[in-house]
Design a protein. Structure first.
Length: 660
């Protein structure tokens, strides 16, 4: 971890994104240390393109440099420097030289301190150094400055870097509906309830971090609107307060993204980490992005076989989107293909600007503005996100930076979501291929089966069931559970089911079917174990012969509706001991009796004894045994409300001997 040690020029709370950083993380500070190089980011757009998550945590205009502090080959830390967003775009050679020289001096100092037994120890909280005053004040200057402020028609307020009020003119206090004594030393949003609005604090943070003037207006109860013009400096912020209608020279807002957008983005960033499939990502963007940026349409397109393919949209589907869909990437004639090729976003604040660059496309569209954002994950272009507006929509520099950083987060989420969807389709196809598509129709036997996966959204696991026709009036009912809840478990489940099926149809008795399957599994050595219960049913004799390999015993509900566990001599799980043997057990299976084979997911609930759950299942079986088997299966599956494991259930009920 990298922990902040010293800070000056910013409140510690404002620097919370930098307090502790992972050395293997994707941040400018970590990269500077790992790569042993000076990193320069001229503005928020550069930060958003290279480090989208970092840009979202501090969405204000500023430039920054990070340089490693080393001595020889020993890294000690990183020096991070911030400048106002208005500074020139590049570091001069002199600036770079002074930064690297300072880092070398600090590295030598830290190395010497460690050599003499006084190494720098991580502090529990960073040390804040007061910035030097702009100039030394002359005696009597402070009272004169206060009198000057009192003579002005506007209110005056001064805040330190922490946000505490250090000065207020009487006019300022009157406009705020308070007194000077009540204001001094307090945070504005603490002492004035109507200022307890994240927008005001956000404007203050923007001024302190970016060192750029900004403004904000608010309605002071009961109905007077005040304007706040914030002028930041090295030691704090000066605020001019006026009645909004009397403000003759308001400081123009620098085009900051409305704070509402930022508060939409925080849950969006968290939600994107949880979105599973592409559809989830699209729904989340529609809920968060469109209202945050007042867009009327949102469109997602992903790259596929050298073309852009539409995967979803919200709002009116414009003709322009139709043009983008299926567009070859190599041509780069339309904005979507071009931003994929260049990796640079394209903003068209008005129809006229689109018409100047892409006249044919503009004539086909009824929209008034567009933001075309490249989606790049792990350095690979995976698609574009298009926001469109019914009317002209100016995109400020901050809005562009936020949208650019957001595109990076969307791309990462979509890349994961697309992989998830691919795995989901593969898993679902595998599960369908391995489980019986339909159970055979058996004269004299009612059958029902259910399978529910335990893994959320995966629809796959290691549980299986089968009903095998052995010839004449003989059938085999099989249920099993392979360790795990993934594709590997499902693949092994298919092997076990195939082996059981092969040995059963070859005429082997139950104990031999399990023994031979076990030998095959141990030879394969998949690193997973499996349980299995095999029941050989003879409808002519009204009997069932069972053998088990570590599987939960079945329930048998007699014709007089009394349910109990069937005792079957336990055997080892399949795949442990190649020489293991299994013992059969025979039970009567008369007409109207119900034999219930199930996996442990049906009777294992966190915090409950499996024996109690099994007894409850038996009681339920007695209560609903008269239901048709399909309805009976649903009733038993519904018994488990808080399942955490796969569930497989197979019910068989004879309803009369063949020919009887």
């Amino acid at each position: 971890m990298l922990s902040m040690e010293v800070i000056t020029g910013l409140p510690i709370d404002f620097a919370s994104p930098w307090l502790r950083l992972r050395m293997d993380g994707t941040t400018p500070v970590a990269d500077a240390l790992r790569d042993q190089r000076l990193i320069w980011l001229a503005d928020q757009e550069h930060l958003a393109s290279a480090y989208p998550k970092a840009a979202l945590s501090t969405p204000y205009p500023f430039a920054q440099a990070e340089a490693p502090v080393t001595s020889g080959s020993t890294p000690w830390g990183v020096l991070a420097l911030l400048w106002p967003g208005s500074r020139p775009g590049e570091l001069t050679a002199r600036e770079r030289s002074r930064i690297t020289a300072a880092c070398r001096r600090m590295g030598r100092f830290l190395a010497h301190a460690a050599t003499i037994g006084q190494p720098l120890r991580p502090a529990p909280r960073p040390r804040a150094i007061e910035p030097p005053p702009v100039r030394q004040r002359q005696a009597g200057e402070a009272p004169a400055a206060a009198e000057y402020a009192e003579r002005l028609p506007d209110g005056a307020l001064a805040l330190d870097l922490e946000g505490r009020i250090t000065f207020s003119s009487v006019t300022g206090a009157d406009l705020l509906g308070s007194t000077v004594d009540d204001l001094l030393g307090a945070m504005p949003w603490d002492v004035l309830p109507w200022l307890n609005d994240p927008v005001f604090e956000d404007r203050y943070r923007a001024a302190v971090i970016s060192r750029e003037p900004t403004s904000y207006s608010v309605l002071r109860p009961p109905g007077e609107r005040l304007s706040f013009d914030l002028y930041p400096g090295a030691t704090g912020v000066s605020i001019r307060i006026t009645k909004a209608e009397a403000s003759l020279r308001p400081v123009p807002d620098k085009g900051h993204t409305p704070v509402g957008s930022l508060y939409y983005l925080m849950p969006l960033a968290a939600g994107l980490t949880e979105a599973a499939g592409v559809r989830d990502v699209l729904d989340l963007l529609a809920e968060q992005i469109m209202p945050a940026f007042e867009a009327q349409t949102l469109t997602l397109m992903l790259t596929e076989s050298g073309r852009l393919r539409l995967v979803g949209h919200r709002g009116d589907r414009s003709a322009l989107v139709e043009e983008f869909d299926g567009a070859p990437l190599r041509d780069g004639k339309d904005p979507a293909a071009r931003v994929v090729a260049t990796g640079e976003p394209a903003f068209f604040p008005s129809w006229r600007e689109m018409e100047q660059v892409h006249p044919e496309l503009a004539r086909k569209s009824t929209k008034g503005a567009w933001a075309v954002l490249p989606l790049i994950a792990s350095g690979r272009p995976i698609g574009v996100c298009v926001l469109s507006y019914d009317a002209a929509h100016p995109f400020s520099a901050d809005q562009r930076a936020v949208l650019t950083s957001l595109a990076g987060l969307i791309a990462q989420a979509l890349d994961r979501a697309r992989l998830y969807d691919t795995k989901h389709r593969l898993a679902h196809a595998l599960q369908e291929a391995l489980l019986p598509k339909a159970l055979p129709s058996v004269p004299g036997l009612d059958i029902a089966a259910r399978y529910l996966p335990g893994t959320h959204g995966m629809d796959i696991g290691g549980d299986f069931y089968d009903l095998i026709q052995l010839g004449g009036t003989e059938y085999a009912a099989v249920i099993g559970d392979v360790q795990g809840h993934n594709v590997n478990a499902a693949a092994l489940m298919g092997q076990v089911r195939t082996a059981v099926h092969a040995h059963a149809t070859a005429g082997a008795p139950p104990e031999a079917v399990l023994a031979r399957t076990n030998r095959l599994l141990t030879d394969l050595d998949p690193g997973l174990f499996a349980s299995c219960l095999y029941a050989h049913i003879d409808l002519a004799d009204g009997k069932a012969c069972l053998a088990t390999a570590g599987h939960p015993p079945p329930l048998l509900c007699s014709a007089d509706r009394r349910a109990s566990l069937v005792h079957v001599p336990p055997g080892l799980l399949l795949g442990i001991d190649a020489d293991c043997t299994y013992q059969p057990s025979e039970v009567s299976l008369p007409p109207d009796a119900v034999l219930a084979l199930y996996t442990d997911g049906l009777v294992e609930t966190p915090g409950e004894d499996p024996a109690d759950s099994t007894a409850a299942l038996a009681s339920l079986l007695e209560a609903v045994a008269d239901e048709p088997v399909e309805q009976l299966a649903d009733s038993l599956i519904g018994h488990c409300e808080h399942r955490t494991d796969d569930i497989a259930l197979l019910l068989v009920r004879p309803h009369g001997r063949p020919g009887g």
